[in-house]
Write a protein that binds this ligand. Structure first.
Ligand code: SF4
Length: 460
C-alpha cells in the first residue's frame, strides 16, 4: 500500500501498520507494530517521528529486536563476542566464522535516551565512580551490572591506544568488575615522514607502513582468540569472503547515503539514515538480514527519487552533521526547524569506506582500523569533513558535542577553524544530552537561526 512519503507519530504508525497488514504486508520474523517496543521500556519511541515506509518499519524492528537475536544466537549454540571501541573492524573477522556473532556493548550509549533514563544505568555507573564527567557510553557499565540489555559476551575484545580517554577508563573499570578483556592496540596515526614508506588507507589518508604492520600483528592476536572461541581456524579464503560481504553492505550504504544526501527533495529522514549508518558497524547482529534491510531502504529511496517525492520540502536547509547525537530526537528536531541532513561524520567513517580487496585480508583490515577518524588528528578529521561537505553539497555544518566526551572539549574548535578556512558556510556547535527535552527550546532556537541563515544566504 503505497502512501505519499511523510513522517508519522508512533500512534499514526499503528494505524498505518493496520492498513499495511490488512493489505498483506510480508514481514520478517521480527516484524510487528512499532508500539510494542514501548512494553520493553523504550519510552522515547513515543516522542519520535518516523518515516512511513514499510522499509523504515523493517529497519526499526530490526534495530529494536537485537537483544532477542543475540539471545537466540546463543541458544542455537553460537558464541557471543563483545567487540568494543574499534567500531567496524573486529566484527568483519568475527562474522567470517559461521558460529560467532559479534555486537558492540558500546551501543548501551543510547539506552538512557531510548528508555528515557528509566533503566538507572547512569546511576549504576555513578556508583562505580564513573560519573557525568564521562560520556554517555558509561551506561555500558550499568548494562553489564544489570545483565538486562544484552547477554554477557563469551569474549570481550577492546581496542586501546588512540581511543578516547572516556572509553579506556570505562573499559578498565569493567575489567575491574571481573570481565576479562582482550586488549589490542590501534596506535596514533601520524602523517608519514617525507622518506618513510607509507600506505594509502581507505578514505584516502596515508599512514606509515610500520603502523599498518603493527595493527596487523595486533589483529592477528584477536583472530587467534576468535579461533580459540570458535573452535576452528579461519583461513584467508573465509576472511576474504567476510570482507567481500562487509563491502556489499558498505557499498549499499554508500549508495543510500549518496542518493539521500544529494537528492533535490529529501527521500529519507535523518533518523532512519542515522540508524542505517549504524548498521554498518556490526550488522545489528545479523549480517545477511542487515543487507536485506538496507536494500529495502535503497529501493524505497530510488522509488521516491524517481517519482520526485520526499519527506521534506525541497527548500530544506542542507546540513552536514558531525558526531552522533545522544538524544535521537535531535534528528527530528533539525527537520522540524526546516533543515535536512546532507552528509554526516558520526565518528565511524572507517566503517563506511570499502575495505581494500586487493591486499592480503589482515593487512586490509589493519588499514581499515587505522583509518578510524579518532586515530588521527582533529585536523585530518576536519579535512575529510570538508571533502564530504563538498561532495554532498551541504550549506551549513552542525557540530554536535557529546556531554562529557573528552574529545569534544576542543575538537569542535579545530573542525570549525578548518571548515571556515576552506569553505564559506555557517557552522553551529551545540550539545545534545541523552534526553534533551529541557534543552529543546534552546536547541530549537539555534537550529532555526542556522536554517534562516542558510535561506537568507540563498537570496543574496
Ligand atoms: S567519548 Fe566519544 S568516542 Fe569516546 S565513547 Fe564517548 S562518544 Fe565514543
Amino acid at each position: 500500500m503505497t502512501e505519499a512519503p511523510r513522517q508519522l507519530t508512533l500512534e499514526e504508525w499503528d494505524r498505518r501498520y493496520e492498513q499495511l497488514d490488512q493489505a498483506g504486508l510480508i514481514q520478517p520474523r521480527y516484524g510487528g507494530r512499532l508500539s510494542r517496543h514501548l512494553h520493553d521500556g523504550d519510552y522515547r519511541l513515543a516522542k519520535l517521528r518516523y518515516d512511513n515506509s514499510p522499509a523504515a518499519l523493517r529497519l526499526w524492528n530490526f534495530l529494536l529486536t537485537e537483544e532477542d537475536r543475540l539471545r537466540e544466537a546463543r541458544e542455537c549454540g553460537k558464541r557471543v563476542v563483545g567487540t568494543m571501541k574499534d567500531l567496524g573492524t573486529v566484527p568483519v573477522i568475527a562474522y567470517s566464522f559461521s558460529n560467532l556473532v559479534a555486537f558492540y556493548p558500546d551501543g548501551a550509549w543510547w539506552i538512557p535516551c531510548v528508555m528515557e533514563l528509566s533503566a538507572g544505568l547512569l546511576e549504576i555507573a555513578d556508583s562505580l565512580g564513573i560519573d557525568e564527567s564521562f560520556c554517555p557510553v558509561r551506561a555500558m557499565l550499568g548494562a553489564f551490572v544489570t545483565r538486562c540489555h544484552f547477554p554477557v559476551p563469551d569474549l570481550l575484545v577492546c581496542s586501546a591506544g588512540a581511543v578516547c580517554d572516556d572509553f579506556s577508563a570505562i573499559a578498565q573499570r569493567l575489567e575491574d568488575l571481573g570481565h576479562r578483556i582482550l586488549w589490542w592496540e590501534v596506535p596514533h596515526r601520524p602523517v608519514p615522514e617525507p622518506n618513510e614508506v607509507s600506505v594509502l588507507l581507505p578514505g584516502g589518508l596515508p599512514a606509515p607502513e610500520r603502523q599498518v604492520d603493527l595493527v596487523k600483528s595486533e589483529l592477528l592476536r584477536v583472530k587467534e582468540a576468535l579461533e580459540a572461541l570458535a573452535g576452528t581456524s579461519l583461513d584467508e579464503t573465509a576472511l576474504h569472503a567476510g570482507i567481500k560481504k562487509a563491502n556489499e553492505i558498505r557499498r549499499c550504504l554508500a549508495e543510500l547515503r549518496r542518493l539521500v544526501y544529494t537528492a533535490q527533495c529529501c527521500p529519507m529522514p535523518a533518523l532512519e539514515m542515522l540508524i542505517a549508518e549504524m548498521l554498518a558497524i556490526h550488522y545489528c547482529s545479523d549480517r545477511d538480514e542487515c543487507l536485506r534491510v538496507l536494500e529495502a531502504l535503497l529501493s524505497e529511496v530510488r522509488r521516491r527519487i524517481a517519482s520526485g517525492v520526499g519527506v521534506l520540502g525541497a527548500d530544506a536547509a542542507r546540513v552536514f552533521w558531525v558526531n552522533p547525537v545522544a538524544d535521537l530526537r535531535a534528528m527530528n528536531l533539525l527537520e522540524a526547524c526546516g533543515g535536512r541532513i546532507c552528509g554526516t561524520e558520526y565518528l565511524f567513517t572507517h566503517a563506511l569506506d570499502a575495505i581494500p580487496q586487493d591486499r592480503p585480508p589482515m593487512e586490509a583490515l589493519a588499514a581499515t582500523a587505522l583509518a578510524d577518524p579518532m586515530a588521527g588528528s582533529s585536523r585530518q578529521r576536519a579535512e575529510r569533513i570538508c571533502r564530504d561537505i563538498g561532495e554532498f553539497g551541504a550549506e551549513a555544518v552542525v557540530v554536535s558535542r557529546i556531554p562529557g566526551a573528552s574529545h569534544c572539549a576542543l575538537e569542535g574548535w579545530t573542525i570549525q577553524e578548518v571548515v571556515r578556512s576552506k569553505m564559506d558556510i555557517p557552522i553551529l556547535e551545540i550539545e545534545v544530552p541523552p534526553v534533551a527535552d529541557a534543552a529543546g527550546p534552546g536547541l530549537r532556537t539555534r537550529l532555526e537561526a542556522l536554517v534562516e541563515t542558510v535561506k537568507r544566504r540563498r537570496r543574496t
